[in-house]
Ligand binder design. Structure first.
Ligand code: NAD
Ligand code: TDX
Length: 340
């Protein structure tokens, strides 16, 4: 049987990077192609363990570069596409929305066109976010389902919702075999330290203030990266054509609870918490109903308690990785965004 070729876009980032490693190790008879532009959020050092394996391949390209993407699809004739590449940070989308439209909307459309033109792609999985549904209030009995109307509130989530609509349209109009996944907040190894959990861990370890937006009562529903990778793998192989699947494991926490948990595990003082000006348009609460994915056979393996302990240990064991990042371009971003 011919080897399957899997394109993973954004495979130098946090989620795509973990997914590339998961797939390279789990499927030695698949060829995994990591396509990434290596923006500030992408780095290849995380792939030291797998880059010598025969089934791992790297291609540096911009998903919005139509000529490069068409040529790659023509050459490789992928069987599967898993699309993670994006501008992913809400705060950056508030200060500089345009690149979010170019990468997230136009880039997705370029990939869809290439898949449609070449043919042979048996599944295109578009990795989206629960943020496209907007926000929930604090009533703990309410959840996002796949039928919740899309009401994105930030330039980031608006760009992701737009890309979701294009993916849906290429299925309805051209018959492209697709799935859309919408997951809650991920955490785990190799997350860029501008996101809440790695930002808190790295700053606590350096005895620095932790900026908590507003009153810290906003709620996120935390999903361990490895549970997310298993979900994408399942949807790629078993997802019903054209369907949307929400991914989340019922791990709702306020931001303040998350920060206090990390401080407590690291044995530091809560005096490091600093309440700062709230994010513009800050969504109150996200919470996923994952019943549809569970019916396909998915079950999370991490509770928030086991996942956060594993993640903190990873950041302790891999200081070199994140220290390198926070000493680079990120430092300028941090100083501009926070006045701490
Ligand atoms: P990330 O920012 O860590 O990584 C994004 C990757 O995409 C980087 O490697 C970057 O270099 C690459 N990239 C950016 N622009 C590109 C372009 N034009 N061409 C090619 N590559 C490009 O993001 P992440 O947290 O890993 O998120 C991955 C996907 O999952 C995104 O689509 C995001 O919307 C979605 N998502 C993330 C979360 C989360 O909690 N992190 C939750 C829900 C959904
Ligand atoms: O310094 C901070 N202080 C703070 O209180 C930061 C960076 C965040 N926060 C708050 C804002 C959010 O309520 O913590 C919560 C989590 O913030 P982020 O880590 O920036 O994640 P969020 O905005 O929820 O979006 C994430 O999950 C959904 C990802 O970045 C998105 O790509 C994904 O779609």
């Amino acid at each position: 049987m011919a080897r399957k070729k899997v394109l993973v876009t954004g495979g130098a980032g946090f989620i795509g990077g973990n997914f590339v490693q998961y797939m390279v190790n789990k499927y030695p008879d698949y060829d995994i192609y990591n396509l990434d532009l290596l923006t500030y959020a992408g780095d290849l050092t995380k792939h030291k363990e797998i880059e010598k394996k025969d089934n791992y391949h790297f291609v540096k390209a911009d998903i919005a570069d139509r000529d490069a993407i068409s040529a790659l699809f023509e050459k490789e004739k992928f069987d599967y596409v898993t699309h993670f590449a994006a501008e992913s940070h809400v705060d950056r989308s508030i200060t500089d929305p345009e690149i979010f439209v170019v990468t997230n909307v136009l880039g997705t459309q370029v990939l869809l066109d290439a898949a449609k033109a070449v043919g042979g792609v048996t599944k295109f999985v578009h990795v989206s976010t629960d943020e496209v549904y907007g926000e929930l209030d604090f009533d703990p009995t309410t959840f996002f389902t796949e039928n919740t109307p899309l009401q994105p509130n930030s330039p980031y989530s608006a760009s992701k919702a737009s890309s979701d609509m294009l993916v849906r349209a290429y299925h309805k109009t051209f018959g492209l075999p697709i799935n859309i996944t919408r997951c809650s907040n991920n955490y785990g190894p190799y997350q860029f330290p501008e996101k809440l959990i790695p930002l808190t861990i790295s700053r606590v370890l350096n005895d620095q203030k932790i900026p908590v937006y507003g009153d810290g009562k906003n709620i996120r529903d935390w999903l361990h990266i490895l549970d997310h990778c298993a979900a994408i793998d399942l949807v790629l192989h078993e997802g019903a054509n054209g369907e949307v699947y929400n991914v989340g494991g019922h791990n709702e926490r306020t931001n303040l609870e998350v920060v206090k948990t990390i401080i407590s595990i690291l044995g530091k003082s809560e005096d490091f918490i600093e309440f700062v000006t709230d994010r513009l348009g800050h969504d109150k609460r996200y919470a996923i109903n994952p019943t549809k994915l569970e019916a396909l056979g998915w079950k999370p393996t991490y509770s928030f308690e086991s996942g956060i302990a594993q993640t903190i240990q990873w950041y302790l064991d891999n200081k070199g990785w994140w220290e390198e990042i926070i000493s680079g371009e990120y430092q300028n971003y941090f100083e501009k965004h926070y006045a701490l």
